[in-house]
Design a protein around this ligand. Structure first.
Ligand code: OOG
Ligand code: NI
Length: 453
C-alpha cells in the first residue's frame, strides 16, 4: 500500500500537467509565480527561514488549488469518496446564493499538519442548486440531462471501492487510479446538448449551462500560491493576461491574513453541439480561467468577525468617490497589523514551540501561553489559512461569468441539504486550526516541563 498523501501528490502533478496542456496560459502563470516567489525569497531571508522552518518552503512550488462544479447529489457523494482515496476531506460550507451564484460549496483538502506539509492540494467543489431556478420546466430539463450522464469511469469507481475495502491502494493501482480519476476533470469540447438547449440554460444562468451541458465537471482553474500577489498582478498584463481589476480579500498588510486572490478572464473556447453534425457550426463557451493567490494567517472567529465587518464597510459604506482599493486599505487600518497584537488579542491562530532557553525562575510551564512567549520561553508562528472565503469566491465566479452581477436569489444557505447530498458532515475549519494550536501549546508545555526537571 502507498499512502493517501502520495496518491494526492501524484494526482496533483497529473492534474497540473493536464491543465498546462489544456490551457497554456496556466503554464505562463505558474512560471510568473515561480519567478516572483524566487525574487521575494531572495530579498527576504527572514521569510525564507520562517517558511523553511514550518515546511512551507518545500510545498510552495507544488501548491495548487483547483475548482469544479457538480450537477447532482450523487456526483457530489461519489466525489467525496474519490477525494477520500487521496486523503482529502470536505472542510467548510460556503453559501454563494447570497452573492447571486446558484451553488453551494465545500473545499476538499488534507486536514492534518503532516499531510498539508506533504502536499496541500485542495479542490473548491460546488454543487449546482437547481432548487433556485424559478422556471420549473427548465429545471426539469436540466435534471433529466444530468441524470443521464456518468462523470466517473468504471475503472475509477472500481478502484475507489477497492481502496475503501482494503484501506488503500498498491503502487501500480494508485497510478491507474490517478489516470482514471483524471478523466472526470478533463475538458470535452463536445457539448451533450443541442445549441438551443445550451442557449436556454445559458440564458437562465451561464453557470447552469457550464454544469449541465458537458460530459463532466471540467477543472475550471488551477491556482498557484504566490508570495507577492501585487507584484504578480502588476506583471500579468505584460505576460498577455487580462487580470481582474480588484484583488479579492484583505488589503496588502505587514502581516498577511486569510487569503488574497486575483484571476485572469476565462477563455472563449470553441465547442460543438449535438446538432452540429453536418452544419459544422459549433459555438463557444467560456469557463476556464487562471487564478493566483497569496495565503496569510488563519483568523479565529473573533478575527474573522472583524474581517467580515471591515470588508462590508469597505464595500458598502466607504466614500463612493474613492477607488475600492483605497476604501479597503482605509477600513483595514482598524485591523491590528503586528503579530503580537494579533496573537494577544486572540485574532489569529498560532503554533507554539519551546524557544530553547530554560524557563526563567518563578515561571511555570503551565503559565498562560502569552506569558511564556513574553518571557522568551516559547515562540509563536502564525498558522496558515488553508481554506477559502465566500465573498472572494463569489467575486472570482462573477468575474468569469461575463461580469455583471449575479441573479438575485434570496440568500438561503442550505448546509443540511448540502451535507445530505455529500453523505457526510463538512468539518469546521476553525476547529481544525484550534486543534493545531492547542496541540502545539500542549507540546510546548511538555517540553518545558522536561527542561525544568
Ligand atoms: C470557483 C470559484 C471560487 C476560489 O478560489 O475562491 C474559487 C469556481 O469558479 O468554480 O476558485
Ligand atoms: Ni480558486
Amino acid at each position: 500500500m502507498i499512502s493517501a498523501d502520495e496518491i494526492r501528490a501524484r494526482f496533483a502533478r497529473a492534474m497540473s500537467d493536464m491543465y498546462r496542456q489544456e490551457v497554456p496560459q496556466y503554464g505562463t502563470l505558474t512560471d510568473l509565480v515561480a519567478r516572483i516567489n524566487a525574487q521575494v525569497l531572495q530579498a527576504d531571508p527572514a521569510l525564507r527561514a520562517r517558511l523553511a522552518a514550518t515546511g512551507a518552503l518545500d510545498r510552495l512550488d507544488v501548491e495548487r488549488h483547483g475548482a469544479i462544479r457538480l450537477g447532482t447529489a450523487a456526483e457530489l457523494a461519489t466525489m467525496r469518496r474519490l477525494f477520500a482515496v487521496m486523503g482529502m476531506a470536505p472542510v467548510g460550507y460556503y453559501d454563494l446564493s447570497a452573492a447571486g451564484i446558484p451553488v453551494h460549496s465545500t473545499a476538499f483538502r488534507p486536514v492534518d499538519d503532516a499531510a498539508l506539509a506533504r502536499n496541500p492540494f485542495r479542490v473548491f467543489t460546488s454543487l449546482l442548486r437547481l432548487d433556485l431556478i424559478a422556471d420549473t420546466a427548465l429545471r426539469a430539463e436540466a435534471e433529466r440531462i444530468l441524470a443521464a450522464r456518468h462523470i466517473f469511469t468504471p475503472g475509477a469507481l472500481a478502484l475507489i471501492a477497492q481502496a475503501e475495502a482494503e484501506g488503500g491502494l498498491a503502487d501500480a493501482q494508485a497510478d491507474l487510479f490517478v489516470r482514471e480519476a483524471l478523466e472526470t476533470f478533463r475538458w470535452h469540447r463536445e457539448a451533450t446538448v443541442s445549441a438551443a438547449t445550451y442557449r436556454r440554460l445559458h440564458d437562465a444562468h451561464r453557470l447552469i449551462a457550464d454544469v449541465v451541458c458537458f460530459k463532466g465537471p471540467h477543472i475550471n482553474h488551477l491556482t498557484p500560491r504566490t508570495l507577492d500577489i501585487d507584484a504578480a498582478q502588476a506583471e500579468m498584463p505584460a505576460c498577455g493576461m487580462r487580470a481582474k481589476d480588484v484583488v479579492e480579500g484583505p488589503p496588502r498588510r505587514a502581516c498577511p491574513i486569510l487569503l488574497r486572490q486575483t484571476s485572469f478572464a476565462a477563455l472563449e473556447e470553441p465547442i460543438l453541439f449535438r446538432d452540429d453534425a453536418g452544419t459544422g457550426q459549433g459555438g463557444c463557451h467560456t469557463a476556464r480561467f487562471g487564478e493566483i493567490e497569496q495565503r496569510g494567517m488563519a483568523l479565529t472567529p473573533k478575527g474573522r468577525a472583524l474581517y467580515d465587518r471591515l470588508l462590508r464597510t469597505a464595500r458598502d459604506d466607504g466614500p463612493a468617490d474613492q477607488p475600492y482599493a483605497t476604501r479597503l486599505q482605509r477600513a483595514f487600518t482598524r485591523f491590528p497589523d503586528s503579530e503580537d497584537e494579533l496573537r494577544t488579542q486572540g485574532l489569529a491562530y498560532f503554533r507554539y514551540a519551546p524557544a530553547g532557553a530554560s524557563l526563567p525562575p518563578g515561571l511555570s510551564a503551565d503559565a498562560p501561553i502569552d506569558d511564556l512567549v513574553r518571557a522568551g520561553a516559547a515562540v509563536a508562528t502564525p498558522i496558515t489559512y488553508e481554506d477559502f472565503l465566500p465573498v472572494s469566491a463569489a467575486g472570482i465566479f462573477r468575474s468569469n461569468l461575463g461580469g455583471g452581477g449575479g441573479a438575485d436569489y434570496a440568500a438561503n444557505a442550505d448546509r443540511a441539504g448540502f451535507e445530505a447530498a455529500l453523505g457526510a458532515a463538512v468539518q469546521d475549519e476553525c476547529t481544525l486550526y484550534a486543534a493545531i494550536q492547542d496541540q502545539s501549546i500542549a507540546a510546548t508545555r511538555h517540553a518545558l516541563h522536561g527542561a525544568a526537571s
